[in-house]
Design a binder for this molecule. Structure first.
Ligand SMILES: [Zn+2]
Ligand SMILES: [Zn+2]
Length: 166
């Protein structure tokens, strides 16, 4: 697939990269139909966020159509149009149960590193450096959405992508 990738400070290029695959049963894969360029992408582009690596795909405000569903995901089906929040949440840990979705204790595999740097680990985030888990973002043709039975919202019929973003 084609994706916008961070190459080095100030340099983002369109590259051909491997298509994402289902890795866990609760994942889905979406065909991206819209993805914002956020002001905070400028911080990442400018090298102000540590742990960016060459080839990282940006984009944390994404929507698209589900094209593949993991075997343990009973909430979404192929053809659903979903809006994907930046935070990746398990829905089951202590912080998720308290409603502190951005502090999910399970979804950031680099949480220890983040706790050392920031004082507390955050949830895994899409397209936001390796300290938040190194998850690919949505400025690409396809996106793997982990724990897709928790965060994403199915778009009501009749709403355009543009209406969802305003
Ligand atoms: Zn943003
Ligand atoms: Zn959680």
């Amino acid at each position: 697939m084609k994706a916008l990738t961070w190459q080095s400070r100030g340099k983002i290029t369109s590259e051909t990269v491997p298509d994402p695959k289902i890795e866990h049963g609760r994942d889905v894969i979406i065909e991206v139909t819209a993805c914002a360029i956020c002001g905070s992408d400028l911080h990442l582009m400018g090298g102000f966020m540590p742990t960016m690596e060459c080839g990282d795909i940006l984009g944390h405000e994404t929507m698209g159509e589900v094209i593949e569903v993991g075997k343990d995901n009973h909430k979404l089906k192929v053809g659903d149009r979903i809006v994907v929040p930046i935070t990746i949440c398990c829905g089951e840990c202590r912080q998720c149960k308290w409603g502190n979705w951005s502090c999910c204790e399970r979804t950031n595999p680099n949480g220890k590193l983040q706790a050392q740097t920031y004082g507390y680990p955050l949830a895994g985030l899409f397209g936001f450096s390796h300290i938040t888990g190194g998850f690919a973002g949505g400025q690409s043709e396809y996106l793997r959405v982990p724990y897709a039975d928790v965060g994403p919202i199915v778009v009501p019929e009749g709403l355009t992508d543009e209406q969802c973003s305003s």
